[in-house]
Design a protein around this ligand. Sequence first.
Ligand code: ADP
Length: 739
Amino acid sequence: TQTKAPSVARGTSEPKGKAPPGHLAKKRQELLPIRQALPIWPHAQEIRQALRSPHKDVLLLVGETGSGKSTQVPQFLLSEPWCTGQIAITQPRRVAAISLARRVADEMGSTLGSSSPGSRVGYSVRFDQSVSPSTRIKFLTEGMLLQEMLRDPWLRQYSVVVVDEVHERSVNVDLVLGFLRNIVTGDKKGRGGKPLKVVVMSATADIESLQKFFEDGYRSASQHPISNGENAVTNGAEDSESSWSGISSSSEDEVPRSITSNKGEPNGVQLEDGSPTASISQCHIKGRQYPVKTMYLPDPTQDFVEAALNSIFQIHYKEPMPGDILVFLTGQDTVEGLEKLVNEYALGMGPEVPKIITLPLFAALPQHLQQRVFAPAPPKTRKVILSTNIAETSVTVTGVRFVVDCGKAKIKQFRNRLGLDSLLVKPISQSAAIQRQGRAGREAPGQCYRLYTEKDYSTLEKNTTPEILRCDLSAAILVMKARGISDVLNFPFLSQPPREALEKALLQLLQLGALSEAGEISDVGRTIAKLPLTPTLGRCLVEAAKPERNCLTEMIDIIAALSVENVFLNLVTEEKREEAEVARRQLYRREGDHMTFLATVRGYAEEKSDRKAWAERHYVSHRAMQNVMDIRKQLRGLCGQLSLPAADTEKSSEELTASVLQSLLRGFAANTARLMPDGSYRTLLGNQTIAIHPSSVLFGKKVEAIVFSESVFTSRSYARGVSAVRLDWVAGVLAGVDG
Ligand code: ADP
């Protein structure tokens, strides 16, 4: 019914003879015309064809955000003859992975994930996984795919890996691309000769660098065969083996399959016509983009939240309905701040004015609240979506006619002088501004309000610098080492990071004890690599599990709290802040923020009757705490699997505090500062001035030394997540680290 040609019929991705239950089938039918209207739909056959013959392994696909790449490509490929294993689709963000999985399940008339047998779509993100043995399409974050590669370097459970959103150029996507290039251009011995197809998708047109990247891979592989990390961590390989065969057989009855594709697959790369381009195809989806009228501020603004507030109401009063507003802000803090302001202002609107509904969207927002942005606005109501750059390319929201762009984003950047990554609010690039603007013209002509001047726009960088060129690489290198890559300096990077950055990261891993002097991964390093945490946090956890520290459960609680953006509510008025100060007093610990987090998590967890009320009473974010409890559970499970012991011997609270702080110090030895005679703090490595952030319970306090888990930079360097420690402890770990 959905097709013209028989080969297209297979692409409807429905198992023959297995109709989904009524309500699911109905939903699928409802969504079908929407899918068919997507710009990618007419390209279905071209996309299948591009990968069909045995030596066609790589497809580079370009199409505007919203053209249907993420949702349709896996469904197009599902019934291809070579597609006997699972389909992986990577996403830079967990939000996108989960919401896409949900959407694709709906479109296929399937249920989602682990709860229901027979479901064909699943997802896997940090601290949350929903897959079943029948899962065929799996959305996962880039980090999770890297984790899977540690268990099975050959990715044997997959027939194809779709790498989505490469234009975002996260460190992880660059790693994924490097590993995938090695697999597709190397011999397929580890895959039992079965091919692995790779689809690389981007919303921006620059795919020539990708083309060249894969060409180089084929070229050099034909000269020097590639080792795929023979000594990689393969202790999960047996599992993959069984799931491989499990999936092959379960899909047998579903997919009509020609037998041509996997037969006679030779070992090693064969360049059919002697040129590496033979294996690579390109497909360009012509997008639909309506004109977007762009407005600038006449003068620069100091306060983009206020400017955004003005723009929102200007649009709301002046512009006809329907037409939702999408506002780009920098992070959870500005999103929640503006949400409050808009809601307060909206209360003052007359009854003749249409209503406003505000919908926040940021990574740490719980799933069910994120999902609300996709629901159409109620009658006579305008949706105002307040988002971080998640909505720039990752998440497509329909109904948007107006975009308000603050021109900034929070980005992670390595700061040489501090020797660590900081989150900085920085101007976005022109290409990011264009992406944001484009969100207004998906369905009709739109408008974009840039909260900066036209002159400011002209000074923006053209493209966003790939993360791998500006961030701490220790996590990336640890993954490579765990994956058996001994020579990280010669890894196939899409953009080669500076040698200095690689060396610095190697040194940091050495200091953490994750690598040996010879650069080989240690047992500690292997354990850390399997944790979904940064190497520093991973090291804290491993330290806390040692018998002499014996505070694993406490460390898990602290790490869970550090993994969400804001445990404590951001309070706008002075009066509220004072009230909160009093209410939270019983949670505050003089040792600092980490022990305060521990007290908060414990207080919340021990509240059995009404946690929401408990959170409100203490001005703690119930939303964030729900996430904390999830993460805590996941980490506990993981530590169990990795045999990290959570012994529970009795300890005095003083001993416990000392253990926790010393474990933190082991990971964060580089993030320490001492008090100077003039009352300022200076980092012990690097001798840089750093101030305690006003949000810290130690703000304004003078202690001999501090350890901090985060640094932020606004007008100056701030330490956030700060604990007071003894100077001799710091000297102790630093001496150990140096020696
Ligand atoms: P691309 O990957 O090219 O950006 P997508 O496949 O993500 O495009 O999106 C295609 C369309 O599917 C979008 O226009 C959007 O309306 C719809 N869509 C995607 N995810 C969801 C979701 N979770 N809920 C509702 N609609 C969605």
